[in-house]
Design a protein around this ligand. Structure first.
Ligand SMILES: Cc1ncc(COP(=O)(O)O)c(C=O)c1O
Length: 465
């Protein structure tokens, strides 16, 4: 296997920006002496990130991608069943690329003083896609952000403004992003450590506690919203009980609070339905979508919600805005992305069944290593008997040609997120690679401490940096 060439001293000086003479001779931090990406990542991002990337790619970087496959800088290819759920349409879906290219040629950025038709049409398309006209619970209003956390923060902000109340209920194990407002709803203490105060006015309730909303609402009139993921992606593909969620929605409404379904990971057919909550008939006031909304090409997220929840923003659209919100390049991708997702929805069900069968067979064959198969649709998790085993399998799989994602909130689960554009042969190939990796993995030794995040428990990569 070839590796990225080692740093060539002085190369950056020959081709990159020249440091001023006094800095060139200084003893303090020096500019990079080469353009080796791992050295640059180590210097400018994090040594741990460089190490993890180097280990996963066995010294190669990601270089190109098409459909379900990524090509590495050393020419190897890997099936992408990871990408943290963004690549639902695979990479560089042609219809999405064409729309983004066309937009790039005419008006990639908005003036933000003139009306932008691309964002307006995208909003109408998305609201229609999620059933804006549904008699059950119309959700005609849209806010566009770029990341999932943007959408979460706007939904919470609107719930607080619309109710004049502060308290928000979120779910244990839930993940809603890492920016400060969204982080307050994310349950894992791993990401909240050292940030005391972010959790103000957020209460995390157990996923199986059907009485939680009623009980919390009875504590006083302060409840603004309950926010849940119908399927918790980062918590190891944990499917929440729709009967509990229904009860939460109804109790929230009975107390004048809102119910918000965060489907940034599980929505848009990742789990089979356009919206898991709406398909289950849950009377939610908002559905949050993101990740594949920009077709896997451009960043885009959205709050799609009821008039009542959106009312503060309808009254004053400047209550919340962001320079790149509703960016034309991103919004141009939305229509073709939704069209492609719908065209592939039936195929997705076939893939999901195949994957389910393959994972169950693997779990049975490697029962000492794999405890359970979790999730639904194309959001699946293999739950390992220990975090160390899960971490080493994730890294080993990447080297063997299958990219998967660890779970940020459940380090014992390895997540598989095949794109809708995968073929049946891709699923079979992934199962073969998994089988070989599981066969090679030694059963996890008893672990001395509580499970830690995979990035901390993955076997130490061979030093390369
Ligand atoms: C359910 C859910 N909500 C919110 C987020 C945050 O999204 P982003 O990382 O784009 O901010 C994620 C990210 O994984 C998620 O899975």
């Amino acid at each position: 296997m070839s590796r990225t060439p080692r740093p060539q001293p002085g190369r950056a000086l020959a081709t990159g920006p020249q440091p001023p003479p006094d800095r060139a001779t200084a003893t303090g931090p020096q500019p990079p002496s080469c353009d080796d990406p791992f050295d640059l990542i180590r210097r400018h991002f994090s040594p741990k990130l460089a190490l993890a990337g180097s280990f996963a790619g066995r010294g190669a970087t990601e270089a190109a991608a098409s459909g379900a496959r990524v090509t590495l800088s050393d020419g190897r290819t890997a099936l992408d069943f990871g990408s943290y759920a963004v690549a639902l349409l695979g990479h560089r879906h042609p219809a999405v690329l064409a729309a983004v290219r066309a937009q790039l040629d005419v008006l990639p950025a908005s003036t933000r003083s003139l009306a932008n038709p691309v964002a307006a049409r995208a909003a109408a398309r998305l609201a229609g896609y999620l059933g804006a006209d549904s008699a059950q619970r119309p959700l005609p209003k849209v806010y566009f952000g770029l990341n999932g956390a943007d959408a979460v923060e706007v939904a919470v902000k609107l719930a607080r403004l619309a109710t004049g109340r502060g308290r928000v209920l979120a779910v244990r194990g839930g993940f809603h992003g890492k920016s400060l407002g969204a982080l307050a709803l994310t349950h894992s203490p791993l990401y909240r450590a050292g940030l005391l105060g972010t959790e103000a006015d957020v209460v995390h309730v157990a996923a199986d506690d059907a009485e939680a909303v009623r009980r919390e609402a009875a504590r006083g009139p302060g409840l603004a919203a309950v926010v849940f993921e119908p399927v918790q992606g980062e918590n190891g593909a944990a499917v929440l009980d729709p009967a509990v969620l229904r009860r939460w929605c109804e109790d929230a409404h009975a107390h004048g609070a809102f119910a918000v379904a965060d489907e940034i990971q599980c929505g848009l057919r990742r789990c089979g339905e356009r919206s898991v909550a709406l398909a289950a008939g849950l009377p939610v006031d908002a559905v949050l979508v993101g990740k594949p909304l920009g077709g896997g090409v451009v960043p885009l997220s959205a709050v799609v919600c009821a008039e009542e929840l959106y009312a503060p923003l309808a009254a004053d659209p400047f209550l919340h805005s962001a320079t790149f919100g509703g960016h034309p390049l991103s919004c141009a991708a939305l229509g073709p992305a939704l069209t492609a997702i719908e065209e592939l929805a039936d195929h997705g069900r076939v893939l999901a069944n195949l994957l389910d069968r393959a994972l169950r067979e693997l779990a049975a064959r490697h029962a000492g290593l794999v405890g359970a198969v979790r999730g639904c649709g194309l959001l699946r998790g293999l739950d390992f008997t220990g975090a160390r085993a899960a971490g080493s399998v994730v890294v080993g799989l990447a080297g063997a040609g299958l990219l998967v994602s660890p779970c940020l909130g459940r380090p014992t689960t390895v997540r598989l997120l095949p794109p809708l554009v995968s073929t049946e042969a891709d699923i079979a190939e992934a199962a073969e690679i998994l089988d070989a990796a599981l066969t090679a993995a030694t059963p996890a030794a008893p672990e001395r401490t509580a499970p830690a995040a995979p990035r901390r428990t993955a076997p130490a990569p061979r030093p390369r940096l």
